[in-house]
Design a protein around this ligand. Structure first.
Ligand code: PLP
Length: 405
C-alpha cells in the first residue's frame, strides 16, 4: 500500500478552506486533529438512520444502535490489540480515563504510598494524582527529563521502591515528541511491584500500540486526536485490573441490582460507563479507527517523520530558533522558541499566513519549568500535511523573524 497525502487531504473537507485569505495550513493536530468524511458521515448516518439509546431497548433501533456502539468498542480494542473488548471502557477522553484510574485505584492507597510520574507529563496525567496527594497524603515523584527531552531512565529507576504503587507516564510527549521506552518502564515498574498506566493520547495516533506485548495495566487515549470526534476516549485495563477497581461514577447501566438498602455493580466495562454514554461519538471513533485501518500505518509514520525532518533541514540550523526536544526517534512534533519573540506573537503572525500552530505551556507546566521557559510554539504534523506545507511553514517563520530581528 502506498500513501499519498494529497489524496488523503481530499477526504478532509475542512482542509479546503482559507484563513485570512490564505489556504489553511493546519499544524495543530497534536491538540486536535481534523476529521475525514468517513467519520462525519458515520455520525450523521447514525443520526439519520439508526439512533436510539443503547443497551436498554427491545425495539429495533435500540438494538441497531447498541450493535453499532459495541462494534466501535471492538474497533477500539483492535487499535491497541487488547485481548478482549471487555477491557475497553469508553470515557470522555484521556483526561477522564486517567481520572477514573486515579479515583478508583486511589481508594486502595494510603498516606506515604508513592506514584511515579515524569517531568514531561500533560496536566491530565499530573492533576488527578495531585488530588490523591491532597486527599490522602500520597507522595508524587517525577522522573527527570534530560536536556534533549529524553527520559532519564537512571533517574526513573532510582525513584522506584517498595512504596511505589503506580507508575503513570506518557507514551509520547505532546511537547517534546519524545517516545518513551515504555516496555522498559513497564518491566521496571512491575519488577518494583507497581502497576503502570500509559497516557497514549499522542502515541496511539502515530505508532502501532500493542497493550498485550507491552504488558501494561492501563492505557488511555482520546478520539479527537485520532481523527475521530471529541467527547470520546478509551481506558484500556487488563481484565483483572478492571475487575479489581471500584466504580467511578454511579447511575444507570453500571449496576447489577439496586434496592433501597444495597447495590451491586455490573462487570467491566459497563461498571465504569454510568448513564447514557457518548453513543454517536463512539460510533465516530469506531469509524475513525476503521478508516485508519485502510491506510498503511508505517507509510503514514514515515510521511510524518519526513515532514518534521523537512522543517529541520530547511531551517538548516538557524540560530534564531531553539527546538525543545530533540530526542532520537522522536515523533513529528516541533516545539520551538524564536529568539526575541514571545510564542503567542509567533503563533499570531503565523496565523496571518494561514498557518495554525499552538503556543503556550501545552498543559505541561512542570516541563516548561524544567526547560526554563514560560511558553513555546508548537507545530505538530499529521498525515494530511504535505512537504509543500512544511516548506511554507519555514518560509513563514523566516518572515515572522523579521518582525523581531
Ligand atoms: N495527554 C497528552 C499527552 C495529551 O497530549 C493530551 C491532550 O493534549 C491529553 C493527555 C489530554 O487529552 P484530552 O484533552 O483529550 O482528554
Amino acid at each position: 500500500m502506498s500513501f499519498d497525502p494529497h489524496t488523503i487531504r481530499a477526504e478532509f473537507p475542512i482542509l479546503g478552506r482559507e484563513v485570512h485569505g490564505k489556504p489553511l495550513i493546519y499544524l495543530d493536530s497534536a491538540a486536535s486533529a481534523q476529521k475525514p468524511r468517513a467519520v462525519i458521515q458515520a455520525m450523521a448516518g447514525a443520526m439519520e438512520h439508526a439512533y436510539a439509546n443503547v443497551h436498554r431497548g427491545i425495539h429495533s433501533l435500540a438494538n441497531e444502535t447498541t450493535d453499532a456502539y459495541e462494534k466501535a468498542r471492538e474497533s477500539a480494542r483492535r487499535l491497541i490489540n487488547a485481548a478482549s473488548a471487555q477491557e475497553i471502557v469508553f470515557t470522555k477522553g484521556t483526561t477522564e480515563a486517567i481520572n477514573l484510574v486515579a479515583s478508583s485505584f486511589g481508594q486502595s492507597l494510603k498516606a506515604g504510598d508513592e506514584i511515579v510520574l515524569t517531568q514531561m507529563e500533560h496536566h491530565a496525567n499530573i492533576v488527578p494524582w495531585h488530588f490523591l496527594r491532597e486527599r490522602l497524603g500520597v507522595v508524587l515523584r517525577f522522573a527527570p527529563v534530560r536536556e534533549d527531552g529524553s527520559l532519564d531512565m537512571e533517574g526513573f529507576r532510582r525513584l522506584l521502591g517498595p512504596k511505589t504503587r503506580m507508575v503513570a507516564a506518557s507514551h509520547m510527549s505532546n511537547v517534546l515528541g519524545t517516545i518513551n521506552p515504555v516496555s522498559e518502564i513497564v518491566y521496571e515498574a512491575h519488577a518494583a511491584g507497581a502497576l503502570v498506566l500509559l497516557d497514549g493520547a499522542q502515541a496511539v495516533v502515530h505508532a502501532k500500540v500493542d497493550v498485550q506485548a507491552l504488558d501494561v495495566d492501563f492505557y488511555a487515549y482520546s478520539g479527537h486526536k485520532l481523527y475521530g470526534p471529541t467527547g470520546i476516549g478509551v481506558l484500556y485495563g487488563k481484565a483483572e485490573r478492571l475487575a479489581a477497581l471500584p466504580p467511578y461514577q454511579g447511575g444507570g447501566e453500571m449496576i447489577g441490582v439496586v434496592t433501597e438498602e444495597a447495590i451491586t455493580y455490573a462487570d467491566p466495562p459497563h461498571r465504569f460507563e454510568a448513564g447514557t454514554p457518548p453513543i454517536l461519538e463512539a460510533i465516530g471513533l469506531g469509524a475513525a479507527i476503521d478508516w485508519l485501518d485502510t491506510l498503511d500505518r508505517d507509510a503514514v509514520a514515515a510521511h510524518e517523520h519526513a515532514l518534521y525532518h523537512r522543517v529541520k533541514e530547511r531551517l538548516n540550523g538557524a540560530n534564531w530558533i531553539t527546538e525543545i526536544g530533540t530526542a532520537p526517534g522522536k515523533g513529528a512534533i516541533f516545539s520551538f522558541a524564536m529568539e526575541g519573540a514571545h510564542a503567542h506573537d509567533v503563533a499570531q503572525i503565523l496565523d496571518r499566513y494561514g498557518i495554525a500552530v499552538r503556543a503556550g505551556t501545552h498543559c505541561a507546566e512542570p516541563l516548561m519549568r524544567r526547560f526554563g521557559v514560560t511558553a513555546s510554539a508548537r507545530a505538530s504534523f499529521a498525515l494530511y500535511n504535505t512537504l509543500e506545507e512544511a516548506d511554507a511553514f519555514v518560509e513563514a517563520l523566516n518572515r515572522t523573524r523579521t518582525f523581531f530581528a
